[in-house]
Design a protein around this ligand. Structure first.
Ligand SMILES: *Cc1c(COP(=O)(O)O)cnc(C)c1O
Length: 422
């Protein structure tokens, strides 16, 4: 099935729900078992079915199946936010004493989570250059459990050397986790390029209108074979889990990675997605491809305008031929489309503040992927918890402004920027 068709139909058969065309919202905490044997079978995985909404929910299940289809993965699992998707993806394989290798170009929340909060749990992170992965292989050791990067990074709008990263990861038997939030499943499918695990903040383009927070983890087919082939590194999958009466994940004929997130992390940490949010995100997915096409078209027009404005420098948009990411965008992304994110610089911090405060149509909001256009100053907001070295390393200067171009008419958006920048 083609993507746009999956986005509208995968995972739902209306004949089960009075023919309801809209996926029903199963707003329930728990589910009645037929009898005690049924309950025991569900807990023992002898039979599959809903037990409690912290673990599974029929509405959320539709979104999971749809997302897996769109990403070309075997299975997916929803969690409460993009942040919890990243946390669970890493915590599913790493524990105290382990390390992860993380891209130098990441979302601010991912940086603080992976370098500071995870450290408190004994998991350390080292940074590698994702634009060419030139210092990646030398940093891998026996305790390296994952390589984490963003396909199209927020807010630097840089594209990782995905082919090289996955090639190095495969040679060393290390799992890759790609945050595909900004590129979206409509433009890019990391799994087709060799990535093992894909995470998204579905709060952004998937939702599309800024109405719900959500996160999702997608796994490729064949993770059980991968864990078996690299059993020393990933022993939690190949040896009995004492917290689940000795279950060996690789012995279970179910997608192993998301199964362990569900049975262990969602069970114990509980960042479950609310069914209503799943429903909003299902509605968002239906128009994702069309919207991203328009976001990309609008952003390219605005990037060209910014390039022509003498008060603006360093317009970063991979759809521009002048951008260092142009070749990669052409290589990886559908028709070279590059989403609605643009960053650019003005002369000083004061000027940056003035532009942001003068914009009328662009709202000052730390979100992306909304149908409404947004403007932010990353250094003082989304990335303000990073220190000076981290900011410099990530390319976030005080003069940088980030736009998330919405779906309005570009004539109005350009007029607004023109009056704000001058
Ligand atoms: C927003 C974002 C996140 C965090 O997602 P939340 O849903 O806000 O928790 C992670 N990665 C990227 C690239 C993001 O843009």
């Amino acid at each position: 099935m083609q993507k746009q068709t999956s986005a509208i139909h995968a995972g739902y058969d209306g004949t089960q729900a009075f023919g309801a065309m809209s996926v029903p919202i199963t707003q329930t905490t728990a589910y009645a078992f037929r009898d005690s044997e049924h309950a025991a079978n569900l807990f023992a995985l002898k039979e599959l079915g809903p037990i409690y909404t912290r673990l599974t929910n029929p509405t959320t299940d539709v979104l999971e199946q749809r997302f897996a289809a769109l990403e070309g993965g075997e299975a997916a699992i929803c969690v409460a936010s993009g942040q919890s998707a990243i946390f669970y993806a890493i915590a599913n394989v790493a524990e105290a004493g382990d390390n992860v290798l993380i891209s130098d170009k990441l979302y601010g929340g991912a940086v603080t989570l992976l370098t500071h909060t995870m450290k408190r749990f004994g998991i350390t992170a080292s940074v590698f250059k994702s634009s060419d992965a030139s210092d990646l292989e030398e940093q891998i050791n026996d305790k390296t459990k994952a390589i984490f990067f963003e396909s199209l990074s927020n807010p630097q709008i840089a594209i990782a050397d995905i082919e090289k990263i996955t090639e190095i990861a495969k040679r060393n038997g290390v799992m890759t986790v790609c945050d595909n939030t900004v590129a979206t499943a409509a433009l890019f499918n990391p799994i087709k390029w060799g990535v093992d695990i894909v995470v998204h903040s579905t709060s952004k383009y998937t939702n599309g209108q800024g109405t719900a927070i959500g996160g999702i983890i997608v796994e490729r087919e064949g993770m059980a074979e991968f864990f078996k082939a690299n059993s020393e590194r990933y022993e939690h999958f190949t040896t009995p889990d004492p917290s689940y009466h000795g279950l060996v994940y690789t012995d279970v004929p179910l997608p192993n990675f998301t199964l362990r997130v569900r049975l262990s992390l969602l069970r114990d940490l509980g960042a479950a997605q609310a069914p209503f949010n799943s429903w909003l995100l299902i509605n968002g997915l239906e128009t994702l491809e069309r919207r991203v096409e328009k976001h990309s078209k609008n952003a390219l027009e605005i990037a060209k305008y910014l390039e022509s404005n003498p008060k603006v420098s360093n317009v970063c948009y991979p759809g521009l031929e002048s951008d260092e990411g142009y070749a990669k965008a052409q290589k990886y992304f559908k028709d070279g489309q590059s989403s609605g994110l643009i960053s650019f610089e003005v002369g000083s911090y004061a000027e940056a503040k003035n532009v942001i405060d003068s914009a009328k149509l662009f709202s000052v909001v730390v979100n992306i992927g909304d149908s409404k256009s947004l403007i932010t100053h990353p250094a003082s907001t989304t990335h303000s918890q990073m220190n000076k070295e981290e900011l410099e390393g990530a390319g976030i200067k005080p003069t940088v402004i980030r736009l998330s171009v919405g779906l309005e008419d570009t004539r109005d958006l350009i007029e607004d920027l023109q009056q704000a920048i001058g």
